[in-house]
Design a binder for this molecule. Structure first.
Ligand code: GCO
Ligand code: MG
Length: 457
């Protein structure tokens, strides 16, 4: 039997009940179904031609931006891949690993690109790889919006609201300073204020620790030479007093938020949440570290204080149980950390059905591109809760033309197609990363109990 003969037999042969293997009716025929690459109606086919990282620190915060370029001249997308503590590792993940995997692919296949990127390292999940994927994913949504001639919020379902309510950050060395800063926010139109106060003599979250200063002189800090000391007791006793002070001075209308930033035990977390309950916080954030997710079930039964959690989460294994068991009120995962807009919109939809609202993590180490992506989702989400406000300094706004506008405590979308934001590469280059080593700030892994024990985080 020669080759032609064999082929004829196969074509005519009765595989699967008389249907030829080459017939479109054969179950395996789907393999050949796509004769031509699928294209968006009326538009020429598109290919990814390059995937770049742009490293910039306009506010001395190390930001990592991904730019995905396409075969259509001038059509590209930008996304945020920032992991400020390990920025160069993300750059490697994007340029050495994702770029070769993506070149030539159709950027319109966002979901498939996410799923295949996810598998492309075999071992998956976690910071770095997910940051890299987040940057690519947001950039693809940006491209899709530009190609459709629509802002991304339109692709996600259209506006449910005109803008996203923001919370303002007010901190201070004492209660009076926190109050004064909160008033400033309220005068600027903010209705939600996050409050953090120093605990005298202790390295409270938000304040630059003495450990950083010591490291600059070459001094080695560690359990036998602790420099940034923090103790839970004084902090836990201070917090209800701060809430009482602010409720008395600022009145009932303003919503007050606070970030515990982990650090406390189960019992201390419960006590804090019970103590502040009567002052009606909008939410208490991260009472426990992500390693202690099971604590929420116990805390939940003790008081009605609304709980926000999640900025350190990476994967579904961490956030889905908290949402599906209604153990938190606000999901706070970080869009540049969990894989981008694609997983975020799934989390948002899931959360809606369990009465959980969104409060995506949005500090200064989420670039304006991440804020624009969050905003697109927030405008189209029924279960939007709050957007973490960050006041972008002028240099950051210049590096990122189209940085979302804030008025009267609301963040507004630019109505431009895509994410509505860009990165000026020439200007970005004028703000290189602060010189290293170390190529990170020294705030994490250096705060310790009085006896030298390191605390989380
Ligand atoms: C927040 C956060 C941040 C993080 C920071 C780490 O709620 O905004 O807790 O301030 O500490 O993003 O780099
Ligand atoms: Mg936080």
């Amino acid at each position: 039997m020669d080759r032609r003969d064999a082929l004829r037999r196969l074509t005519a042969g009765s595989v699967g009940g008389g249907v030829s293997l080459f017939s479109p009716r054969h179950p395996l025929a789907t393999v050949w179904a796509q004769e031509k690459p699928a294209t968006t109606r009326g538009l020429p086919p598109l290919k990814i031609t390059d995937v770049k990282t742009i490293l910039t620190a306009p506010n001395r915060i190390r930001l990592v931006v991904v730019k995905v370029e396409t075969s259509e001249p001038g059509l590209y997308g930008v996304g945020c891949a920032t992991f400020t503590q390990r920025a160069y590792v993300v750059q490697t993940a994007v340029e050495q690993y994702l770029k070769p995997f993506l070149k030539g692919r159709n950027p319109e296949e966002i979901e498939d690109i996410w799923q295949s990127n996810y598998m492309s390292s075999y071992w998956r999940n976690g910071p770095v790889l997910f940051n890299a994927m987040s940057g690519v994913d947001m950039a693809l949504w940006d491209i899709k919006g530009k190609r459709a001639g629509m802002p991304v919020y339109q692709l996600l379902g259209g506006k449910c609201r005109f803008g996203a309510d923001l919370y303002f950050h007010a901190s201070g060395r004492d209660f009076q300073e926190v109050e004064a800063n909160a008033r400033q926010g309220m005068e600027r139109g903010y209705r939600y204020i996050r409050v953090q106060a120093a605990v005298p003599g202790l390295a409270t979250y938000g304040a630059r620790g003495q450990a950083a200063a010591a490291a600059e002189t070459g001094e080695v800090v560690g359990p036998t030479n602790p420099k940034a000391i923090w103790e839970p007791g004084p902090y836990a006793r201070m917090l209800p007093k701060l809430f009482e002070h602010l409720r008395t001075k600022l009145g009932d209308e303003v919503e007050i938020l606070h970030d515990v930033h982990e650090r406390v035990t189960l019992q201390q977390g419960i006590q804090i949440c019970k103590d502040v309950e009567k002052f009606r916080p909008f939410f208490i954030e991260d009472p426990f570290p992500p390693e202690e997710n099971d604590h929420f079930r116990i805390l939940r039964q003790q008081c009605s204080t609304p709980l926000a959690m999640g900025e350190l989460f990476n994967t579904q294994h961490e956030y889905v149980p908290l949402i599906a068991n209604r153990l938190i009120d606000f999901i706070r995962i970080h869009l540049s950390q969990i894989g981008g807009l694609s997983p975020a919109r799934k989390v948002q939809a899931l959360s809606e059905f369990f009465g959980v609202k969104t409060a995506w993590h949005g500090p200064g180490d989420a670039s304006p591109v991440a804020h624009a992506a969050q905003l697109a989702l927030e405008l189209a989400s029924y279960n939007f809760g709050i957007h973490e406000g960050y006041i972008f300094p002028p240099e950051t706004r210049e590096v990122f033309p189209g940085c979302p506008e804030v008025k009267n405590g609301y963040m507004y979308a630019h109505e431009a197609p895509g994410l509505g934001i860009d990165v000026d590469e020439k200007l970005a280059a004028k703000f290189p990363f602060p010189p290293g080593p170390p190529n990170f700030d020294y705030s994490w892994g250096t705060t310790r109990r009085r006896d030298g024990t390191v605390i989380r985080p």
